[in-house]
Design a protein around this ligand. Structure first.
Ligand code: PHE
Length: 345
């Protein structure tokens, strides 16, 4: 009899461990504590046992009953706790995996601008920004592009329909970052070294290489005795750091009314290494900036004496840079907000 009660306990405890729902627990209760359970049969049959045995078996059986009842209660509570947890008391199942937070990241153009800014900052250039809506005085006139000058036509301009400023200045969306050369010279006296990253606007039809809004980074250095050698040294160093030491750099003569002499700088195409391919239009080179020695008239317009000071300036098209680096063949991809494209950077 003793053995029978022990076996019963072992069986009941073992099967309780496998139970995971209240339905299962109910069957367990019926099986081990119900009216027709073996334990109840033992208890009912006590009367038929001899007195001595009755006491021993009765004690054991009653103890087992109490024990199983306690285990039942414990299990009931455990199951209730789990179900509260999973429903949170509502119909939300908080045990489901969470939705991943959608982390944003910086736009490829922002990343490139940061990288360019860091390189020039490490060479002692201060990073400044300027207004995207400008006066024609800063955008053209003070840069040696008078009203009737044909160079105005090379920059298709978005004019802003606004009341004129001082001296009848007209308002426009800046077509380049060069107006900041004048704004900085008006406020800061040499020696000065600045770079100006920012958006510029041109009234042009959109295609794979043209968009009406793009970015430039302007550079300006003015001091006593600055020469073309400083300009070339600075831009060579920039190219080495940004594109690597194995890319050749080419300077050629170019014309911009606000520099004299003027040059354009091209970097060897990174895709074909100078052989000629689709990206570089078979030339092996990609032009990335215009530059030159600041024109004396521009220094004067900025209130700086051209007999004492000289300087260089450059203006780089920023979209070109990631196009070159990653071999992207359509500039519009940067601004079409297609996350499949943007997430790659
Ligand atoms: N502002 C010129 C452009 O947008 C580039 C440039 C800047 C050229 C500075 C010379 C010096 O085309």
């Amino acid at each position: 009899m003793n053995q029978q009660i022990d076996d019963l306990r072992n069986q009941a405890v073992a099967s309780l461990k496998t139970i995971a729902s209240s339905d299962e627990l109910n069957s367990w209760r019926v099986r081990y504590l119900g009216k027709k359970s073996s334990l109840m049969a033992v208890l009912k049959g006590l009367g038929e046992l001899p007195a001595e045995e009755r006491r021993a078996v009765g004690g054991q059986a009653n103890q087992l009953k109490k024990e199983l009842e306690a285990l039942l209660k414990e299990k009931e509570e455990a199951l209730a706790a789990v179900s509260n947890l999973s429903t949170g008391g509502t119909d939300v199942d908080i045990t489901l995996p969470g939705r991943p937070a959608n982390l944003g990241k910086l736009h490829p153009m922002t990343l490139v601008l940061h990288e360019l800014g860091e390189i020039f900052a490490s060479m002692g250039f201060e990073i400044v920004e300027g207004p995207e809506v400008e006066w024609d005085y800063y955008n053209f006139e003070a840069l040696n592009i008078p009203k009737e000058h044909p160079a105005r036509d090379s920059m298709q301009t978005f004019w802003v329909d606004a009341p004129p400023g001082e001296n009848g200045w007209e308002m426009l969306l800046r077509t380049h970052t060069s107006p900041m050369q004048i704004r900085v010279m008006e406020k800061q006296k040499p020696p000065l070294r600045i770079v100006v990253p920012g958006r510029v606007f041109r009234y042009e039809a959109t295609d794979a290489t043209h968009i009406p809004m793009f970015h430039q980074i302007e550079g300006l250095a003015i001091d006593k005795g600055i020469t073309m050698a400083d300009l070339k040294g600075t831009l060579y160093e920039f190219s080495r750091r940004f594109f690597g030491t194995d890319r050749r750099v080419r300077f050629r003569c170019d014309f911009f009314p606000f520099v004299e002499p003027g040059v354009e700088m091209a970097v060897e195409c990174g895709v074909c290494k100078g052989e000629g391919c689709r990206l570089c239009g078979q030339s092996g080179w990609i032009e990335i900036l215009g530059a030159g020695m600041v024109h004396p008239r521009v220094l004067e317009a900025g209130g700086i004496d051209p007999d004492v000071y000289s300087g260089f300036a450059f203006g780089m098209g920023v979209e070109r840079i990631p196009l070159l680096r990653y071999g992207i063949d359509d500039i519009r991809l940067f601004y079409s907000s297609d996350l499949r494209f943007l997430r790659q950077f």
